[in-house]
Design a protein. Structure first.
Ligand SMILES: [Fe+2]
Length: 318
């Protein structure tokens, strides 16, 4: 568990809610020169799809992709934000294989856009070690995700129109909780190296399943007169990450996992916790946040506009 003092929390909350309510950026805007080579384009972020044969989830995922196809202007590509399937963490190999097959089939049938995937906790196969799954079972852990999508690693970068994207793996093993949010030492080293290598004038975007900075978890976090947040809800190392991002011209950090929506400006970086395609795991809106996805419009000056878009899904049961 992560404990936060009440004073720190209120200070953070005040700033974050202030930004949310007024829509004002608390921090710097890029100079025209800094972002001169960056392009204008749109992409979408579909997170927490949690596809499964039940609850009309596959139909819902298809409806969401069809909605994306109607956007004007059209997005250049889709980012997924993790928790693609429901669920690989505690299932056997047959069910997990079926889920990933379902996911790739629905994707193939309903979009022709390029897709870049980010791993979520529910996409890790077998860490729950149920149904006879052991570390020797084929595809165990993050291997299945890499095999399904043809990735060498669960974290990687790609460039698009003068912007660099860093897709991170924020799911780390935990004896107590099965998983915790954060990066392992190897990935921290890799990220620091990659940020050093990125041309300074090139704006960057990071994507993680579990958020580093968000206020969505706070309103429900009071227990025994303390704000307590599970280590599976947020990534550790947020202060280190936020400093790194602000030093390396990273403009945006996108996450999912919470199935709620916020935008926080912190140290010159916009942190977006995006809502879930599945809403409340295909049972309607989650705490007032309906099924939807993120639309991001990027400008040559390095600025980013985010909208949470719903696609009119009616849950099979609530
Ligand atoms: Fe999720």
């Amino acid at each position: 568990m992560v404990s936060i003092s009440r004073r720190d929390l209120l200070r953070g909350l005040g700033a974050a809610f202030g930004a949310l309510l007024t829509g004002k950026s608390l921090t710097r805007r890029a100079s025209a020169e800094e972002g001169a080579k960056a392009g204008t384009f749109r992409f979408v972020h579909l997170t927490d799809i949690h596809v499964q044969p039940e609850l009309k989830a596959a139909e819902g995922m298809a409806a969401c992709l069809k909605h994306v196809a109607q956007l004007n202007p059209a997005p250049d590509f889709i980012l997924t934000g993790g928790d693609l399937v429901m669920d690989a963490l505690e299932q056997d190999v047959q069910r997990t294989t079926l889920l990933f097959k379902l996911f790739t089939r629905v994707l193939q049938d309903n979009t022709s856009l390029p897709v870049h995937h980010c791993i979520g906790n529910h996409d890790v196969f077998g860490w729950g070690k149920k149904h006879g799954v052991t570390p020797e079972t084929p595809g165990y852990g993050k291997k299945m995700f890499c095999e399904v999508f043809g990735y060498e690693k669960t974290y990687y970068t790609f460039d698009h129109k003068g912007w660099r994207f860093f897709l991170l793996d924020s799911v780390q093993p935990s004896e107590k909780l099965l998983y915790e949010g954060g990066l392992d030492p190897e990935q921290w080293e890799w990220l620091e190296e990659q940020l050093q290598k990125k041309p300074a004038g090139m704006p960057g975007i990071i994507v993680s399943h579990i958020p580093f900075v968000t206020v969505t978890v706070l309103p429900d976090a009071v227990q025994d007169s303390q704000f307590r947040i599970g280590a599976g809800s947020l990534c550790t190392g947020a202060q280190k990450l936020s400093l790194l991002l602000s030093q390396h011209n990273v403009r945006l950090a996108i996450s999912g996992h919470i199935h709620m929506v916020d935008e926080v400006e912190y140290r010159g970086v916009k942190y977006v916790c995006d809502g879930a395609v599945s809403g409340r795991w295909w049972k309607g809106a989650n705490k007032g946040f309906p099924e939807g996805y993120g639309v991001f419009d990027l400008s040559p000056d390095g600025s980013v506009k985010y909208q949470y878009v719903t696609y009119g899904w009616q849950a099979a049961q609530t």
